[in-house]
Design a protein around this ligand. Structure first.
Ligand code: SF4
Length: 343
């Protein structure tokens, strides 16, 4: 990185149109992935002819850190680096070092874990605090079907162990549950997470992107997931973490598990997240179809004050509540692909 970023006083962005503050930023550092999970990047859509964002169009490491500093100056305290698969981004260590350098209070990364074993220590050294690993099944055949790639699940487990050895903490594991595909592995994952002292979150299968052919029948509700776990391990509900989306439960004999119920119990009313796409478009909802171009003003020489004004004004107008609209049956159909925007 060539220019030093100077800390500026935090002036929180005004609340959005539904009274929600701006607290979290998710940054997609690449729209490419080495998995082809059918719910996110189905091979039929993301095949050899798919046009990913070309390198000159993607924000550079320096641009990403500058945009992040605009958001932290507007009150963002939590930054999550995502993709696609972020470990495919060549300058990832540089990006993490830059984000740590601007004083991000809570700096996390989401990964499929396949490349984590050899990268975890360097990421920790660069300033990464914690990691979330997507892991939909421990069963080799189910894992292969859900990732649609020739990577053994043991490689992801090695990545989790390397993250722990590197001191990344806590390590979270996210599992998307899909009816008839991996629901029978819920208890196996729970027992694995308890043994390994991991924070496990089950996520309801969502209609992310516009290419996964989502149907309500595929969704296993958070209530059903908790019922399955509760029939084996006694659970008590915990208070929600401020700004977090998971409903949390503790096992009475130690450890915790959570469910993210975007479909059955939407949480739009508490959604304080902005998302930065790999080419610098700003999205104010995971299910948005349009993003605000921040790359153009950035490359045309906008000052920090001008960028802050653009972002604050955009946030102030935000009225997204897609999951609530889905629940009421009036959802818009087209939205940006999750591999571009980050989960
Ligand atoms: S649907 Fe959009 S507004 Fe609602 S919680 Fe998800 S990202 Fe936030």
């Amino acid at each position: 990185m060539t220019s030093a970023l100077v800390a500026v006083p935090v002036v929180p962005a005004p609340a959005d149109a539904l009274g929600r503050g701006l607290r979290d930023l998710r940054i997609s550092v690449t729209d490419r992935c080495n998995f082809r999970c059918p719910y996110c990047m189905p091979r039929s859509h993301f095949g050899p002819g798919y046009r990913f964002v070309p390198t000159p169009a993607a924000l550079t490491a320096e641009e990403i850190v500058r945009v992040a500093s605009i958001f932290t100056s507007l009150g963002v305290t939590k930054v999550r680096v995502t993709g696609g698969e972020p470990l495919l981004r060549r300058e990832l260590d540089e990006i993490i070092r830059g984000l740590a350098g601007i004083g991000v209070a809570d700096l996390a990364l989401t990964t499929n874990g396949a490349l984590l074993q050899r990268r975890a220590a360097a990421l920790k050294a660069a300033g990464l605090q914690r990691v979330t690993v997507s892991l939909d099944s421990l069963h080799p055949e189910v894992f292969a079907a859900m990732s649609d790639v020739n990577v053994p699940v043991s490689q992801v487990l090695d990545g989790i162990h390397a993250a722990r050895d590197a001191g990344l903490s806590p390590i979270k594991v996210n599992c998307v549950v899909r009816r008839g595909v991996n629901e029978d592995g819920i208890i196996e994952l729970v027992d694995f997470a308890r043994r390994e002292d991991l924070v496990l979150r089950f996520i309801e299968y969502m209609d992310v992107g516009s290419s996964n052919g989502w149907r309500m029948d595929d969704v296993v509700s958070g209530a059903e997931i908790l019922g399955r776990i509760g029939s084996v391990h006694a659970l008590e509900e915990l208070p929600a973490d401020p700004g977090a989306v998971a409903r949390r439960y503790r096992f009475v004999d130690g450890g915790e598990v959570g469910v993210i119920t975007s479909v059955s119990r939407p949480f739009c009313g508490d959604c304080t997240r902005a998302r930065l796409g790999v080419d610098g478009r700003l999205f104010t909802c995971l299910f948005a179809s349009e993003g605000l171009d921040l790359r153009a003003p950035l490359r045309e020489g906008a000052s920090d004050h001008e960028l802050r004004t653009i972002v604050a004004r955009h946030w102030h107008q935000r009225d997204d509540r897609y999951s609530e609209l889905r629940a009421s049956g009036s959802r818009p159909l087209q939205h940006v692909e999750m591999s571009y925007i980050g989960g």
